[in-house]
Ligand binder design. Structure first.
Ligand SMILES: *Cc1c(COP(=O)(O)O)cnc(C)c1O
Length: 229
């Protein structure tokens, strides 16, 4: 199936269940993103700042860019002027840095807290108790130029559907609990980003409102630096 067909099919599939589609375009050339754009896709996810910047420069300006990979504090300044959402916030320190640069550009930047749900120790993210500690802190209360829109999680890369389902179920329950406890009067805490190509159907069954799909749209990734592809 072509990129165009994939976008068309997935957009309508997501529309019927009211789920937002993020096209994960890491390692793919700008030509492929342009094809997805021409098929109507406007939200793209990248995991590296430099790659995101170079693509941002070359592509239409109405694209909403989401950062989905680990972000170092010293790189926040590059994306602060235009980034639509940072899905991979995994510390208060990073959130403070985002706030600082958002303020400089007179913006409020949408963020998701990345929660660690996988049974693997290579993944970034906050534990459930760390999320609560962050939300309760005075430092967090002082941040006016970031807006927490919800949570992001990556399930274990396993063939066990049962395990993936349980991890997503837990994240969804935690999300609901937080909405009640900390965001009751905030309509903007509305995003639960979970589900990738291998597990997005399970994620949607478990309450996902945003899926991040790469290979399902663009085909398998070659593990090389994107510019050498
Ligand atoms: C690469 C990536 C995806 C997309 O992965 P696919 O399996 O290609 O759909 C989603 N989320 C994050 C955080 C990623 O790094």
């Amino acid at each position: 199936m072509s990129i165009t067909d994939n976008i068309t099919r997935l957009k309508s599939e997501m529309d019927t269940v009211n789920v937002t589609l993020v096209a994960v375009s890491k390692t793919k050339p700008v030509e492929d993103l342009q094809i997805a754009y021409d098929a109507g896709q406007r939200i793209f996810g990248e995991n590296q700042v430099q790659e995101l910047m170079e693509k941002y420069d070359q592509l239409p300006k109405d694209i909403e860019w989401h950062l989905i990979g680990h972000l170092q504090t010293n790189k926040v300044k590059y994306i602060a002027p235009f980034i639509a959402m940072i899905q991979s916030v995994d510390s208060l320190k990073l959130l403070q840095e985002i706030n600082k640069h958002a303020l400089k550009h007179n913006r409020v930047i949408d963020c998701l807290l990345e929660v660690y749900i996988a049974d693997e120790d290579t993944k970034f993210g906050l534990g459930f108790d760390e999320v609560i500690e962050l939300l309760r802190s005075e430092e967090f209360a002082a941040l006016k130029n970031i807006r927490i829109r919800g949570l992001m999680g990556i399930a274990t890369n396993t063939a066990s559907e049962k395990q993936v389902k349980e991890e997503f179920y837990e994240l969804d329950s935690f999300f609901d609990g937080l909405s009640q406890a900390y965001f009751k009067h905030d309509d903007h805490f509305d995003t639960l980003s979970m589900g990738m190509s291998s597990d997005y159907k399970i994620a949607i069954e478990q309450g996902s409102t945003m899926v991040r799909l790469g290979s399902t749209i663009f085909g398998e990734r070659v593990i090389k630096h994107w510019k050498n592809n």
